[in-house]
Design a protein around this ligand. Structure first.
Ligand code: ZN
Length: 257
Protein backbone atom coordinates (compact mmCIF):
# COMPACT_ATOMS: atom_id res chain seq x y z
CA UNK A 1 0.00 0.00 0.00
CA UNK A 2 2.67 2.52 1.11
CA UNK A 3 4.85 1.42 -1.72
CA UNK A 4 2.11 2.14 -4.23
CA UNK A 5 1.55 5.58 -2.70
CA UNK A 6 5.27 6.36 -2.76
CA UNK A 7 5.63 5.29 -6.35
CA UNK A 8 2.53 7.23 -7.36
CA UNK A 9 3.87 10.37 -5.67
CA UNK A 10 7.20 9.98 -7.41
CA UNK A 11 5.49 9.52 -10.76
CA UNK A 12 3.28 12.54 -10.14
CA UNK A 13 6.35 14.64 -9.32
CA UNK A 14 8.06 13.47 -12.51
CA UNK A 15 4.99 14.32 -14.56
CA UNK A 16 4.78 17.75 -12.92
CA UNK A 17 8.48 18.49 -13.50
CA UNK A 18 8.22 17.21 -17.07
CA UNK A 19 5.13 19.27 -17.74
CA UNK A 20 6.60 22.46 -16.32
CA UNK A 21 9.80 21.94 -18.36
CA UNK A 22 7.72 21.34 -21.48
CA UNK A 23 5.60 24.40 -20.75
CA UNK A 24 8.66 26.65 -20.22
CA UNK A 25 10.33 25.32 -23.34
CA UNK A 26 7.16 25.77 -25.37
CA UNK A 27 6.59 29.23 -23.96
CA UNK A 28 10.11 30.48 -24.69
CA UNK A 29 10.01 29.30 -28.31
CA UNK A 30 6.49 30.27 -29.30
CA UNK A 31 7.73 33.81 -30.11
CA UNK A 32 4.36 35.30 -29.27
CA UNK A 33 5.69 37.07 -26.18
CA UNK A 34 9.00 38.63 -25.26
CA UNK A 35 11.32 36.10 -23.56
CA UNK A 36 12.92 37.37 -20.37
CA UNK A 37 16.59 36.54 -20.14
CA UNK A 38 18.40 37.11 -16.86
CA UNK A 39 22.15 37.69 -16.86
CA UNK A 40 23.86 36.69 -13.60
CA UNK A 41 27.53 37.76 -13.55
CA UNK A 42 30.00 35.64 -11.63
CA UNK A 43 33.61 36.47 -10.80
CA UNK A 44 35.13 33.21 -12.06
CA UNK A 45 38.61 33.54 -10.57
CA UNK A 46 38.10 35.92 -7.67
CA UNK A 47 40.34 38.44 -9.45
CA UNK A 48 40.23 42.21 -9.04
CA UNK A 49 40.08 42.59 -12.82
CA UNK A 50 36.89 40.54 -13.02
CA UNK A 51 35.44 42.33 -9.97
CA UNK A 52 36.07 45.71 -11.58
CA UNK A 53 34.64 44.61 -14.92
CA UNK A 54 31.49 43.23 -13.29
CA UNK A 55 31.17 46.41 -11.26
CA UNK A 56 31.18 48.44 -14.49
CA UNK A 57 28.53 46.26 -16.18
CA UNK A 58 25.19 47.91 -16.90
CA UNK A 59 22.03 46.59 -18.52
CA UNK A 60 22.62 48.66 -21.74
CA UNK A 61 25.87 46.70 -22.20
CA UNK A 62 23.62 43.84 -23.33
CA UNK A 63 21.72 45.97 -25.85
CA UNK A 64 23.69 44.52 -28.81
CA UNK A 65 22.34 41.07 -27.88
CA UNK A 66 18.75 42.32 -27.67
CA UNK A 67 19.14 44.26 -30.94
CA UNK A 68 20.70 41.27 -32.67
CA UNK A 69 17.69 39.04 -31.92
CA UNK A 70 15.28 41.88 -32.79
CA UNK A 71 17.05 42.30 -36.14
CA UNK A 72 17.22 38.59 -37.06
CA UNK A 73 13.81 37.33 -35.91
CA UNK A 74 11.69 39.38 -38.39
CA UNK A 75 13.66 37.88 -41.31
CA UNK A 76 12.03 34.58 -40.31
CA UNK A 77 8.53 35.86 -39.77
CA UNK A 78 8.60 36.68 -36.04
CA UNK A 79 6.47 39.79 -35.70
CA UNK A 80 6.78 40.86 -32.04
CA UNK A 81 8.92 43.97 -31.57
CA UNK A 82 11.18 42.67 -28.78
CA UNK A 83 11.53 38.87 -29.01
CA UNK A 84 14.06 38.93 -26.16
CA UNK A 85 14.63 41.31 -23.27
CA UNK A 86 17.68 41.13 -21.03
CA UNK A 87 17.79 42.00 -17.38
CA UNK A 88 21.07 42.28 -15.51
CA UNK A 89 20.98 40.88 -11.97
CA UNK A 90 23.35 41.37 -9.05
CA UNK A 91 26.55 39.31 -9.22
CA UNK A 92 26.33 35.85 -7.65
CA UNK A 93 28.66 34.93 -4.84
CA UNK A 94 28.91 31.28 -5.88
CA UNK A 95 29.61 29.89 -9.34
CA UNK A 96 27.30 27.29 -10.87
CA UNK A 97 28.55 23.69 -10.59
CA UNK A 98 31.20 23.08 -13.24
CA UNK A 99 31.98 19.88 -15.08
CA UNK A 100 35.43 18.36 -15.48
CA UNK A 101 36.04 17.62 -19.18
CA UNK A 102 37.02 14.05 -18.28
CA UNK A 103 33.85 13.35 -16.28
CA UNK A 104 32.08 10.03 -16.82
CA UNK A 105 28.42 9.48 -17.67
CA UNK A 106 27.13 9.28 -14.10
CA UNK A 107 29.03 12.41 -13.02
CA UNK A 108 27.52 14.20 -16.01
CA UNK A 109 23.98 13.25 -15.05
CA UNK A 110 24.51 14.37 -11.44
CA UNK A 111 26.15 17.60 -12.58
CA UNK A 112 23.26 18.37 -14.91
CA UNK A 113 20.77 17.84 -12.05
CA UNK A 114 22.90 20.04 -9.78
CA UNK A 115 22.99 22.74 -12.43
CA UNK A 116 19.19 22.71 -12.69
CA UNK A 117 18.94 22.95 -8.93
CA UNK A 118 21.36 25.90 -9.01
CA UNK A 119 19.11 27.67 -11.55
CA UNK A 120 16.04 26.92 -9.47
CA UNK A 121 17.65 28.27 -6.27
CA UNK A 122 18.96 31.38 -7.99
CA UNK A 123 15.60 32.20 -9.55
CA UNK A 124 13.66 31.52 -6.37
CA UNK A 125 15.78 34.02 -4.46
CA UNK A 126 14.31 36.67 -6.77
CA UNK A 127 11.00 37.89 -5.46
CA UNK A 128 9.82 39.90 -8.46
CA UNK A 129 9.94 39.41 -12.24
CA UNK A 130 11.87 36.18 -12.50
CA UNK A 131 13.49 35.62 -15.88
CA UNK A 132 12.56 32.56 -17.93
CA UNK A 133 16.11 31.93 -19.06
CA UNK A 134 19.11 32.26 -16.77
CA UNK A 135 22.52 33.01 -18.23
CA UNK A 136 25.33 32.58 -15.73
CA UNK A 137 28.18 34.61 -17.18
CA UNK A 138 31.56 33.79 -15.66
CA UNK A 139 34.14 36.53 -16.10
CA UNK A 140 37.82 35.59 -16.17
CA UNK A 141 40.86 37.85 -15.84
CA UNK A 142 42.68 37.47 -19.21
CA UNK A 143 46.01 37.90 -17.37
CA UNK A 144 45.33 34.70 -15.43
CA UNK A 145 43.55 32.54 -18.02
CA UNK A 146 44.73 32.08 -21.60
CA UNK A 147 42.08 29.56 -22.68
CA UNK A 148 38.54 29.70 -21.36
CA UNK A 149 36.58 26.61 -20.31
CA UNK A 150 33.83 25.59 -22.74
CA UNK A 151 30.60 27.51 -22.45
CA UNK A 152 27.33 25.69 -22.69
CA UNK A 153 23.65 26.30 -23.19
CA UNK A 154 21.26 23.62 -21.96
CA UNK A 155 18.56 22.97 -24.49
CA UNK A 156 15.88 21.84 -22.10
CA UNK A 157 17.33 23.46 -19.00
CA UNK A 158 16.52 27.08 -19.92
CA UNK A 159 19.97 28.20 -18.86
CA UNK A 160 23.48 28.76 -20.07
CA UNK A 161 26.89 28.81 -18.40
CA UNK A 162 29.04 31.24 -20.36
CA UNK A 163 32.77 31.80 -19.88
CA UNK A 164 34.13 35.13 -21.13
CA UNK A 165 37.05 37.48 -20.58
CA UNK A 166 36.71 40.40 -18.20
CA UNK A 167 38.21 42.92 -20.63
CA UNK A 168 36.54 45.87 -22.32
CA UNK A 169 38.39 45.05 -25.53
CA UNK A 170 36.55 41.68 -25.49
CA UNK A 171 33.10 43.11 -24.93
CA UNK A 172 31.89 42.69 -28.55
CA UNK A 173 33.19 39.13 -28.83
CA UNK A 174 31.65 38.28 -25.46
CA UNK A 175 28.29 39.32 -26.93
CA UNK A 176 28.77 36.81 -29.76
CA UNK A 177 29.50 34.01 -27.27
CA UNK A 178 26.53 34.94 -25.09
CA UNK A 179 24.22 35.05 -28.14
CA UNK A 180 25.47 31.60 -29.22
CA UNK A 181 24.71 30.04 -25.83
CA UNK A 182 21.36 31.81 -25.67
CA UNK A 183 20.36 30.21 -28.98
CA UNK A 184 21.29 26.80 -27.55
CA UNK A 185 18.75 27.37 -24.78
CA UNK A 186 16.10 27.88 -27.49
CA UNK A 187 17.07 24.56 -29.09
CA UNK A 188 19.70 25.47 -31.70
CA UNK A 189 22.55 22.99 -32.24
CA UNK A 190 26.22 23.60 -33.03
CA UNK A 191 27.09 23.84 -36.72
CA UNK A 192 30.86 23.57 -36.86
CA UNK A 193 33.12 20.59 -37.41
CA UNK A 194 34.29 18.93 -34.22
CA UNK A 195 37.60 18.17 -35.95
CA UNK A 196 38.73 21.66 -36.95
CA UNK A 197 35.99 24.14 -35.90
CA UNK A 198 35.18 24.96 -39.54
CA UNK A 199 31.53 25.82 -40.31
CA UNK A 200 29.52 22.89 -41.70
CA UNK A 201 27.94 23.41 -45.11
CA UNK A 202 25.10 24.25 -45.57
CA UNK A 203 23.78 24.52 -41.99
CA UNK A 204 26.74 26.53 -40.66
CA UNK A 205 26.49 29.16 -43.40
CA UNK A 206 24.53 32.36 -42.95
CA UNK A 207 23.92 32.54 -46.71
CA UNK A 208 24.27 28.99 -48.05
CA UNK A 209 22.64 30.00 -51.36
CA UNK A 210 25.08 32.83 -52.06
CA UNK A 211 26.80 32.74 -55.51
CA UNK A 212 29.70 32.58 -55.63
CA UNK A 213 29.68 30.77 -52.31
CA UNK A 214 32.96 32.37 -51.11
CA UNK A 215 33.74 34.63 -49.44
CA UNK A 216 30.70 34.56 -47.15
CA UNK A 217 29.79 37.94 -45.68
CA UNK A 218 28.66 36.75 -42.26
CA UNK A 219 29.25 34.14 -39.61
CA UNK A 220 26.32 31.87 -38.83
CA UNK A 221 25.80 32.23 -35.06
CA UNK A 222 25.92 28.50 -34.26
CA UNK A 223 28.99 27.97 -36.48
CA UNK A 224 30.80 31.00 -35.09
CA UNK A 225 33.07 31.80 -38.03
CA UNK A 226 32.91 33.57 -41.40
CA UNK A 227 33.92 31.16 -44.21
CA UNK A 228 36.22 33.00 -46.63
CA UNK A 229 37.10 29.95 -48.71
CA UNK A 230 36.53 26.19 -48.35
CA UNK A 231 39.57 26.05 -46.05
CA UNK A 232 39.78 29.45 -44.35
CA UNK A 233 37.44 31.12 -41.87
CA UNK A 234 37.70 34.05 -39.48
CA UNK A 235 36.04 34.99 -36.20
CA UNK A 236 33.52 37.82 -36.41
CA UNK A 237 34.48 41.05 -34.59
CA UNK A 238 30.99 41.64 -33.26
CA UNK A 239 27.33 40.76 -33.78
CA UNK A 240 27.05 43.04 -36.84
CA UNK A 241 29.01 40.34 -38.71
CA UNK A 242 26.77 37.52 -37.49
CA UNK A 243 23.47 36.12 -38.79
CA UNK A 244 21.13 33.34 -37.73
CA UNK A 245 21.12 30.90 -40.65
CA UNK A 246 18.01 29.13 -41.96
CA UNK A 247 18.84 25.83 -40.21
CA UNK A 248 19.27 27.41 -36.75
CA UNK A 249 16.15 29.53 -37.32
CA UNK A 250 14.11 26.38 -37.96
CA UNK A 251 15.46 24.73 -34.80
CA UNK A 252 14.40 27.59 -32.54
CA UNK A 253 10.93 27.85 -34.01
CA UNK A 254 11.43 30.82 -36.33
CA UNK A 255 9.46 29.83 -39.38
CA UNK A 256 9.32 31.65 -42.68
CA UNK A 257 5.82 32.98 -43.11
ZN1 ZN B 1 27.68 25.72 -28.96
Amino acid sequence: MWRTIRISLLLLTLVAVGFSAWFDQHHTTSWQHSVWVGVFPVNADGSRAAARYIDDLREPDFAPLVEFIAREAPRYGVSIAAPVSVRLYAPLRAAPPLLEPTAGALTRVLWSLNLRRFRWQTLHSITRSRPQIALFVLYHDPARTAVLPHSLGLQRGLMGVVHVFAAHSQHDQNAVVIAHELLHTFGATDKYSAADDSPLFPAGYAEPERRPRYPQRYAELMAGRIPLSPTTQVMPDDLSQVRVGPASAREIGWRMR
